[in-house]
Design a protein around this ligand. Sequence first.
Ligand SMILES: Cc1cc2nc3c(=O)[nH]c(=O)nc-3n(C[C@H](O)[C@H](O)[C@H](O)COP(=O)(O)O)c2cc1C
Length: 367
Amino acid sequence: MSFFGRELRIATFGESHGKAVGVVIDGVPAGLELGEEDIRRELDRRMFCNIPVLNPRCEPEEFEILSGVKDGRTQGTPIAIVLWNRRVISSYYDELWLKPRPGHADLAYYLKYGKNYDHRGGGRASGRTTAALVAAGAVAKKLLSTIGVEVVGHIVELGGVAISKDYTIDDVKASWSRQLPVVDEGALQKMLSVIVEVVKEGDSIGGAAEVWAVGVPPGLGEPVFDKIKADLAKAALSIPSAVAFEMGMGIRLSRMKGSEANDPIIVKGNRVGLATNKIGGVLGGISVGEPIWFRTYFKPTPSVRKPQQTVDLSTMSQTELAFKGRYDVTTVPKALVALEAMTALVLADHALRAGLIRRDKPLGNSI
Ligand SMILES: Cc1cc2nc3c(=O)[nH]c(=O)nc-3n(C[C@H](O)[C@H](O)[C@H](O)COP(=O)(O)O)c2cc1C
């Protein structure tokens, strides 16, 4: 359904070509400094206006904070944020009604909801819904900043081109000043050429994004079903087009010997920690005070201009479909911002559960 989280809980709503998408965020303590600029900053990060094929019209989001904030601080009451769907073009979708797009949610929605679902723009399954996640994530990031936790991500693979360079967390942050957040300039240029080629071919590409959470205290996550890695995996795989989740070095670890895979335990100043962090900062589903990191893989965007086989459900006859509307040549850049947002929501939820963020009194200035 559309609720997520326990102590920090969100409820999202809206379809791609309906009036709006949005989110209600409950559980945020009173007194957190929060303004429209905090939401705007995160929403702008998912625009990628400097690559026109990713966002030809480059129009800023029109959104409103409807409740929960007074004089620049949260009230401790539900925060409702609405993002209006302006200038949608639904006519492209007329010929698609009852002709499900291969790879999209159309077929599954038809089989489950019959003719009741709004197929325009992908309806509730649309990537548009992730804008609401990003707005909620902006609030969660602000909340995490009160305990020194920061969440940032980058693209590690796109259209078959992978980064091949060592990097630090500062490199990941600095990559956001590039056209796409990619730490390896050579790989970035190749990715941009692949994008241009694929647009010419009327096709699409997938890839992978990696998220880092730094400053994470030990103790986030609970045995056995609320392990932090289980909640992160659920959060990541809730993002449309996500197809795989990999904690730390994941698949590469599975191919190593134990002695090679284990991260040695050492004294680090006044604490105990890991010498390396191949596992991604989580043991037994609980954070150990090292950065948490993971990758999520995304399939190519389903809607493509190349003709694809489908069935006309009104006549049950085989037919072809070449999508004529607007589509994202890749979902990865925007999905990465949603992935950061979902990560922040999971960590803030667990920080509240662990009592590291409290809401029994206002944050910051007291009464
Ligand atoms: C940010 C974002 C943008 C997306 N844009 C498109 C798009 O333009 N066209 C499309 O067919 N799918 C797009 N998708 C992917 C579909 O929403 C997704 O493939 C579909 O809902 C089916 O879900 P699944 O791939 O998780 O099975 C996008 C996904 C995200 C996260």
